[in-house]
Design a protein around this ligand. Structure first.
Ligand SMILES: Nc1ncnc2c1ncn2[C@@H]1O[C@H](COP(=O)(O)OP(=O)(O)O)[C@@H](O)[C@H]1O
Ligand SMILES: [Mg+2]
Length: 421
């Protein structure tokens, strides 16, 4: 079987590695990949947004299965385009992907289906958002307000403002950071308090299979200080959610979401990602993503025992209920190594040292890497590597990851020392 993975980050490296382990796979292509992916897959020079070119490539190369990593291609309708041509592809349809691509759509969807989430109001323009705040009808005097750009914003569209005045300032700045299109609508949200957990699932429209719960670290500096990033590290640990919490999440969130998608005519097929806040009153949905996260994927896939191809086939055949999706026991941790200047402006082209060493139960997934003419691996993006370790318990997984991190270096490398703490 020939598989095509769409994307170029650490997530896609983890996907390629996992496909490589399947006996059913004879060849992996990745569009457009990175220097680490090039060791397990043939790179294809097509960007994820070029969905017509990707579909033509899949036809010409008789690709048996395509797996989409990121949201850009999904929101553009890559799944619909492939299916129209009779190609097999795993990912959310354009309509399903609106759960991620439009925060206002997701909020109204949750309201329609009684899915617990933060209270909110939708403004049709930045000006209306300011008016709503000034009217005093939204939020409590002196309390934090969350301001969200409606559209895809690569993690830069959300500001948790300390009060209404700060929220106004955030609204006025939002357009500059995320662009006009993403702020055609703005969502104002009540601020929730609690611990954040992400729960991902494989979904076939009808049935689902949960993955181990994960937690990510979004800020650039330790103790969650500094700017937001794409993610500086993640852990997967069964103790992030108790059995009772998981059962309630299934009943109050997962099942109503799956049912809601079916009722509204877009059964959810692919990877569904629930960003949750565990409040004193129970779990609330912060957001949906219609895909795997990065670096959540890395810690999840190193724990997957079942053949990923089998799971993909079950998603396509709607037989996830008949497929046992099994996971290794224990925990895993991913420490992201980023380039100097990230997340503002990352410095690239630095030679990476220490990649020749091997560690047990450690996978070094490449994100922003390239090779120079001498064959050295060099930095080629903000997040460069995701050092991912697996163990019987969390503290051992973290220890293993940092031991490997200690062997890797380049000029200006930065990382957090508190992942999983
Ligand atoms: N209603 C809320 N209350 C408290 N914090 C929130 C709320 N909504 C979002 N956040 C914080 O902002 C982060 C980003 O918001 P999210 O909706 O996940 O947007 P995105 O991931 O698209 O940037 C969340 O991980 C969470 O830390
Ligand atoms: Mg998020």
């Amino acid at each position: 079987m020939k598989v095509l993975v769409v994307g170029s980050g650490g997530r896609e490296h983890a996907l390629c590695r996992t496909f490589k382990q399947s006996e059913k796979i004879t060849k992996i292509f990745c569009a457009d990949g990175n220097a680490g992916i090039a060791r397990v897959a043939e790179r294809v020079n097509i960007k994820p947004g070029e969905i017509g070119a990707l579909a033509r490539f899949a036809v010409e190369n008789r690709i048996d299965l395509t797996f989409v990593g990121g949201e850009t291609a999904l929101a553009l309708g890559i799944v619909d385009e492939f299916e129209r041509r009779g190609l097999k592809i795993v990912g959310a349809s354009k309509q399903s992907a609106r759960l991620e691509a439009s925060k206002s759509f997701a909020k109204d969807f949750m309201r329609r289906h009684n899915i617990p989430t933060a209270g909110y109001e939708i403004a049709e323009s930045p000006r209306e958002a300011v008016e709503i705040l000034r009217s005093g009808r939204f939020g409590i005097e002196g309390a934090p307000v969350v301001v969200k750009a409606d559209g895809l914003a690569a993690g830069k569209g959300v500001v948790v403002a300390a009060n209404r005045l700060e929220a106004e300032r955030a609204i006025n700045e939002l357009e500059n950071t995320v662009g006009k299109e993403a702020v055609e609508r703005i969502v104002l949200e009540e601020c929730l308090f609690g611990k954040e957990v992400s729960l991902l699932l494989f979904a076939d429209g009808e049935h689902f299979a949960l993955m181990p719960p994960v937690r990510d670290h979004k800020r650039i500096y330790e103790n969650d200080a500094g700017a937001n990033t794409g993610g500086m590290g993640t852990i997967a640990d069964p103790s992030l959610l108790s059995k009772d919490e998981t059962a309630k999440i299934i009943g109050e969130i997962v099942e109503p979401t799956m049912r809601g998608c079916r009722e509204e005519g877009f059964p959810f097929r692919g990877i569904l990602f629930l960003g949750l806040m565990m409040t004193p009153d129970g779990a609330r949905v912060i957001e949906y993503n219609a895909r795997f996260g990065d670096p959540e994927t890395q810690v999840i896939l190193v724990k997957l025992k079942t053949d990923l191809v089998e799971i993909c086939e079950a998603i396509l055949n709607q037989t996830l209920d008949e497929t046992a999706v099994e996971w290794e026991t224990g925990s895993s941790a991913c420490v992201v190594l980023a380039a100097r200047g990230y997340p503002q402006k990352a410095q690239t082209g630095d030679v990476i040292y220490g990649l020749d060493k091997e560690f047990t139960d450690v996978n070094i997934f490449h994100a922003g890497t390239a090779q120079d003419e001498r064959g050295n691996y060099i930095t080629n993006g903000g997040r460069v590597l995701g050092v991912t370790a697996s163990a019987e318990n969390l503290s051992e997984a973290i220890k293993r990851a940092y031991r490997a991190v200690g062997e890797i270096s380049w000029n200006g490398m930065q990382y957090r020392r508190d992942i999983g703490k």
